[in-house]
Design a protein around this ligand. Structure first.
Ligand SMILES: N[C@@H](CCC(=O)N[C@@H](CS)C(=O)NCC(=O)O)C(=O)O
Length: 256
């Protein structure tokens, strides 16, 4: 018997469906994605930003099908197959695209070594504070714990926002730091509608930044309809989700 999370709408919709349709031809790079997945969207935005040729392959990672486990033993999207080798982990894939496709522009990591290290410092901040607090905010049920998670989220956002050069994190150039948060910006309506989050309460600069990031073509073109997402988020909001991330948050562990 499968888990309830298996019951997800099977395909991308809206602008994301058009992007999927444009990427059906076989290519050296096969992108295993889930239309609903914020981690997969990071890799997808990177591919779209740089115009890298890829073949899109929709996966329901909750089914843990053997053919997919052979690609990613963790059974998580995103993953890629490139020249017969399998790779996974969203931010590692984004960096892999930089390394394996140097001629596809623009680069999404700065070229200057100091800025490159700074980008990684902020990616680490996003991984360790922003994502865990937004997922805790979704899942915790007690009002006091929700209030705590909301304040943790605002604090994480403010630290990031204080370092945004504007309009994007590194100035005019859209980068991997922007990509790392973009999928949660386009999904923050869930915590706004159900957990009292407001962009402006994090900071006015965050609100301005979020409004810019969510309009970026690569972000819009990899986003699906909200109506299919709410079914998935309903399980998180009731703390019923059985995804690996949901189980980790519930147990106070690091998201795998
Ligand atoms: N750390 C991973 C997280 C990926 C992840 O959690 N993906 C989810 C979908 S959004 C998944 O595949 N879940 C399947 C499961 O939990 O069984 C990354 O950054 O790629």
């Amino acid at each position: 018997m499968g888990i309830p999370d298996e019951q997800i709408y099977p395909y991308a919709t809206a602008a994301a469906a058009k992007t999927v349709a444009k990427h059906q031809e076989p290519q050296n790079l096969v992108f295993y994605s889930g239309w609903f997945c914020p981690f997969a969207q990071r890799a997808w935005i990177s591919l779209e930003e740089r115009g890298i040729p890829y073949q899109y392959n929709e996966i329901n990672p909750y089914k843990k099908e053997p053919h997919f486990l052979a690609i990613n033993p963790k059974g998580l999207v995103p993953a890629v197959e490139y020249k017969g080798k399998a790779l996974y982990e969203s931010l590692i894939l984004c960096e892999f695209f930089e390394d394996a496709f140097p001629n596809y522009k623009p680069n999404l990591l700065p070229l200057d070594p100091v800025d490159r290290a700074l980008a990684r410092i902020w990616l680490d901040h996003i991984t360790k504070t922003f994502i865990p607090s937004i997922h805790r905010l979704l899942q915790v049920q007690e009002a006091s714990k929700q209030a705590e998670a909301l304040q943790d989220l605002y604090q994480s956002i403010r630290k990031l926002t204080d370092n945004i050069k504007g309009p994007y994190f590194f100035g005019e150039k859209f980068s991997l730091v922007d990509i790392a948060v973009a999928p949660w910006i386009v999904r923050d309506w869930v915590v706004e509608e159900h957990r009292g989050y407001k962009r402006i309460d994090a900071s006015p600069k965050w609100k301005e930044y979020a409004e810019l990031v969510e309009k970026r073509d690569s972000v819009v073109n990899t986003s699906s309809l909200r109506e299919h997402q709410i079914e998935i988020y309903g399980r998180y909001l009731r703390d019923e989700a059985q995804s690996e991330a949901a189980k980790a948050i519930r147990a106070g562990r690091v998201i795998p």
